[in-house]
Design a protein around this ligand. Structure first.
Ligand SMILES: [Zn+2]
Length: 276
């Protein structure tokens, strides 16, 4: 395909089929299954234009991961509380868009453990399982607590983050040599360590709002990768304009080329056309 009309990049859609992550890119020609392009040549030609993922207006800079400035200060999904869920202020009546908040935040969330670049704790909307795990490049994940809102999940995450990391080291994640971690064992350790805090938070939020998941099993995720890079180098769209090479793998929201790696999600709204 060599179609110069172009389309605006969005995060890759992911599905877990038989334990393998499947990646689709939404192009102007419809969805493209990227797993099929492994080992083949793929080029992303960047037009050096960015379009807001919400209002579609052209913007010189991408704010909040794919928005224009106006949308980034207006939309609930661009508020600081999205990055720091424990600061969700819906209950104060100050949510930028209460309807959005009801749909996205005042709904079931999981606190989970994952092995992405090592052990980490994270949170996700229940409907985003296992998408969230794949987006982070986790090789294993284990939901450990189910709660009634985003805010509650953030409070638990912050508590556990004193013990386990809540960030992924993407360079390490892309090297692909994660050592095995028994997440169920780590969960048991965590529950023992924070037993009193869990009881207290369960009481504070209400027992019908918090389920401690003691029996959940791990989700294992394999990625379509022929070869992991020995040295992870990030390809700069600003410098290069055209990004690509032989597609060696896909992990998290990254495309791994023989020439380097690119995070597709962080280029949301960038106009491109593909060559393959
Ligand atoms: Zn906008």
């Amino acid at each position: 395909m060599n179609d110069n009309i172009g389309f605006n990049l969005d995060k890759m859609d992911v599905k877990l089929i038989g334990g393998m992550a499947h990646y689709e890119m939404q192009t102007n020609d419809g969805p493209l299954l990227l797993n099929d392009l492994l080992g083949k040549s793929l080029k992303l030609n960047f037009h050096r234009e960015i379009y807001c993922t919400h209002c579609n207006k052209k913007t010189n800079k991408s704010y909040s991961g794919g928005y224009c400035y106006v949308c980034s200060i207006k939309l609930a999904e661009c508020d600081m509380c999205i990055l720091k869920p424990e600061t969700c202020h819906y209950s104060l009546g100050t949510c930028r868009d209460p309807k959005w908040g009801e749909k996205n935040c005042m709904t079931h969330h999981y606190v989970y453990l994952a092995n992405s670049s090592g052990l980490k704790v994270g949170i996700t909307r229940a409907s985003q399982v296992p998408t969230r795990f794949i987006d982070q490049g986790a090789v294993r994940a284990l939901p450990i607590i189910k709660v009634g809102s985003r805010h509650m999940s953030g409070v638990f995450e912050k508590l556990f983050a004193s013990e386990y990391k809540d960030k992924t080291d993407w360079r390490k994640m892309l090297k692909g040599d994660q050592e095995f971690i028994d997440l169920q064992e780590k969960r048991d350790e965590l529950f023992e360590l924070f037993g009193e805090d869990l009881d207290q938070l369960e009481h504070q939020f209400g027992e019908d709002q918090v389920s401690i998941l003691e029996q959940e099993s791990e989700i294992e995720i394999h990625y379509p990768v022929i070869a992991y890079p020995e040295k992870v180098s990030s390809l700069s769209v600003e410098k290069l304009g055209i990004i690509g090479g032989t597609l060696k793998g896909i992990k998290g929201q990254y495309l791994l080329f023989d020439t380097g790696v690119i995070n597709i999600r962080s280029h949301t709204g960038y106009r491109v056309h593909l060559e393959f």
